[in-house]
Every structure is written in C-alpha cells, then in structure tokens.
Ligand binder design. Sequence first.
Ligand code: ATP
Length: 548
Amino acid sequence: MILGRFLRQHYRTLAGAALLSCASAASTVALLSHINRLASAGMHGPASRPLLLGILWLACLLATNALSQLLLARLGGSLVAQLRTELSRRFVAMEYEKLADRKHAVFGSLIEDVAAIAPLALVAPLLAYNLLLAVLYASYLATVSIALLGTLLLFLGTSLAASLALERVMRDRLDELRQANEKVFEYFRFIGEGKKEMSLNAARARQFSDELMLPAIGRARGLMVRAHAGLGLNEAWSMAVMYGSVFLIVYLGYAAFAMRQDTIVRFVIGAVFLGGPVSFIVSAGRQVAVGAASLRHLERVGLDADVDADANVPRAARRRTFESWRTIRLQGVCYSYPGSAAAKPTVGPVDLEIARGETIFIVGGNGSGKSTLLLLLTSLLRPHAGTIYLDDTPIETDLRSYRERFTGVFGDFFLFPHVLDAAGNRLSDERIEQLLRVLDLDAQVEAHEGELSRLALSTGQRKRLALLQCYAEDRDIFFFDEWAADQDVHFRDHFYRTLLPALKAGGKTVVAISHDDRYFHMADRVIALDAGRVVRAPSRDAVAALSS
Ligand SMILES: Nc1ncnc2c1ncn2[C@@H]1O[C@H](COP(=O)(O)OP(=O)(O)OP(=O)(O)O)[C@@H](O)[C@H]1O
C-alpha cells in the first residue's frame, strides 16, 4: 500500500522526529514537575537557580520541538511529492479501459486524495509524541494521587470509547462525501471542455449550473457538513469531558476523598497539562478519518495496490518481440460496454484476419462499432469473449510487444509537443522539418530540439501533426479513425492516393476507418460493420462501382 511503503522508506526520519518529540515530551514533563515543585514549596524573594532551571527546560522543549517540526515539514514535502509521483505513474500504467470514462478521477485523486493522505503519515510521530506525553503526565499524576487518576482515566476512557464508536458511524459518511466530490470533479471537467458551447449559449450554461453543478456541490456540501459536524461534535464533547473531569476531580477530591488542598492543586495542574495531548489525539482522529476515506477511495479506483507498470510485460527471457508476424486474427471477439445489454454485445462476435502489409478500410454507419473494433484490435479494450492472435500466439502472452506494433490517430487523439521515434528518442529537427513539408505544415510549425513550436492550429492541421507523430514512430501497423474527415479536398485526396499507397509500398499495414466511399477502391479490403458485426466484405467490383 502507498502509505505503508512511504512509512517503511522514511522510517529513519520518522523515528528521528518521534525521538525528538519524545525528548520534547520529557522536557515538558520536567518543566511541569519544576513548576509544581516551585508552586508547592514557594519562594522567598528572587532566586536565580529556579529561574535558570525553568529557562533550561524551556530551551530544551523549544529546541527538540523545533527540530522535530523541521523534520516533519521535510517529510511532508517528500510525502506529497511521492504520492503525486506514484499516483500519476499508476494512472499512466492503468489500463485504458479502467479510466476511459472516468478521466476526472485523475484530478480528484491527485488533488483531493494526496491532500488528505499526506497528513496521515505526518500525524504518526505527533501521535506518538502526544501518546507518550499523555503516559508521562499520567505517571506523574499517579505519584500525586492514584484515586484521582483512576477517576480521571475512567472519564477519559469512556469518552475515548464513545469517540471510536462515532468514528465508525462517520466512516460511511466520509466515503459518501468522497464519492460526491468525484461527481463535482466530473462537472469541473465540463466547465473546461464545454466552455465554447456555454459561452455561446447562456441557457445551456444556466442549465448546467442550476441543474448539474449546483446540486452536485450542494450534495457534497451537505455530506461535508454532516461528516465534519459529527467529527467536530466529537472534539467538543471530548474537550468538555476533559474539563468536566478536572472539575469533578476538585469536587470529589474534597467531597469524597477528603484530600489536602496542595494535593488537589498539584493534580489539577498536571491534569490541565494532560489536556493538551488528549485534545491533540482526539483532533488527530479527524485527519485520520478523512485520510482513511481517501485511502479507501484509491482502493475502489484500483490505485492503492502496487501496480506494476510492466504488468503486461513478461520477463526478458519470455518476451516475444512479435517482430516477424504475418497475420492478426480475431476469433469470436465480443465486447460490451458497461451498462449495455449483455445478451447483445456492442461488437461481435467478430472473426477477422488481417495480413501483414494489407490496407484495410473499416466502414459502417454511426454507432456500428468501428471505433470499438479499432480499440479491440489495438488491445486497449479487452474482449469479453474470443481471442486475438498474432500468428498463432494469443496476444495476452505479451501485450506490450503487441501494442508496440501499432501507431495511429484516434478519433479523439491527443497531441504531445515532442516528436519521438519508436524507442522514445526525440526525432532530429531536420527529419521533423522534412515531415512538416510532406504534410504541408512547414509554414506554420517549426521544430526545436524535437519539440513542435506550436500545437494551436486548425483541427485538420492538428490531425496532420498527429500523423507526423505516426511517421516518427514508424511502426508496423498504422491505424486511422476517420483521419481524413477534417482534411480539405486536396489533402484528403493526397492522403488516400499518395500517403496510404506510400505506407503500403513501405510494407506497412494500414487499418483505416473511413466514410469516404470515393476512395474505398484504394483499400485491399473493405470490412463493413453493422450493429457490431461484420456484415459483408464488399467485392472489389462493388467497391469500384462505389468509387466510380
Ligand atoms: N464509452 C462508451 N460507453 C458506452 N457505450 C459506448 C461507448 N463508446 C461507444 N459506445 C456505444 O458503442 C456503440 C459503438 O460505438 P462506436 O464508437 O464503436 O461506433 P462507430 O461505428 O465508431 O461510430 P461513429 O461512426 O459514429 O464514430 C455505439 O452504440 C455507442 O453508443
């Protein structure tokens, strides 16, 4: 678990902070006993020894406490950085399918959960310190009066048991709150991504605000109030019990135990000191409860377990390079999106064979399953039934090697600024500029140390930059999801008549989703989908007729 690993990694610093805290606790107790001795013995006129001793214990207390706080501040910074690094790595390593419709979860976890979990580790040495202080104060109080200490512990014990019971009740509320915040993050994403639509359409913006955003915020607010009011009431109750028990001690000390005044005074001073660590322990409970809710949330999202970024990669000896493959075969492949009727898969069953070097177009109406089939082919979605083989090997034997065969442009592609080759090295500026000329973008974009000078271009131009990245990666299989749809007539023609044939001539396999029936004859094979199934593979004559 993330937190456990951090605690193990930094146990020396944590132990150092805890030791310093203990030294600080010891100085505090020494100061308390010095104050009490002075108070009960009294002083006749100014004396330097008690003053110096008081200053000495104070200085010890300050130095040890300050050092411990410094260590904890450093540890806090490291923990936040480490949590962010680990969580972002885990998000990167996570299978696409798990995150596809929950992109807002990334920000939720990196912002909210990191902020809630970090104090959990920092609170550990402080809790140790305060627990030790409480034990030391209690031991001191035992030397003053066992009877009064017994009374005090009875009260504090009852209050602690009530706090623990309440924490259990709060657990569900805090989990609900974390879920409700997730919805708020989802709507935050709408603000960024739907900005143009809402700027143009005030009614849409109002509906979004009034019917989605505000109710989600209101629900989170209500849950937050309920959860934190419960935890706050617990703190208030604990403080009242603490002071109430001090009052009771004074009362019972005289009324029930007939104690001497100076015993009662000494006990009360000690009990007031004890109030500090007790209130810290109770209020730390709130941080622990909120942090624990975030840890449970990470568990639900699947981010708590140690994700091996290379989980899909067998050990070097068993790695398949899949370099000399001949065919990709889909056999009985089925896939259904969550929530869709299980009896009728979104895609499948699909049987399909793609030979190396083929140019294949996938065609079909909107919603027929073309993009889903592409995601299955690239293994970003895993079939619920059936198998994909590379030659005769199921691709599960080495998913990473299989994925390394592909480069392409998704319908909702993302453009990275750096142009990398298949090994992840930046491409030379000369090569990038050569590609920019091929894609007719050399007037708009330049390359500086493998980085594109601008990405803010028209949609069609951005798609050409995405194609440039594919050329840079230069893998075996190029896929395109309606790449040409945003191109002007001239460049669309160039894409189908020049670029695709050039890829084929270079031995590349091309799988392109297309609605451009004028160019269907440029494919070796056209695969038509309807309601997720391959309905026909049009003959070359039919394709030629379409194109004439
Ligand atoms: N993320 C998703 N969650 C649930 N259902 C989805 C999701 N993506 C697509 N679908 C559904 O799966 C079916 C196939 O969608 P897909 O995007 O594969 O179709 P397509 O043929 O590529 O369509 P288009 O030509 O419009 O791009 C559709 O009915 C669609 O509503």
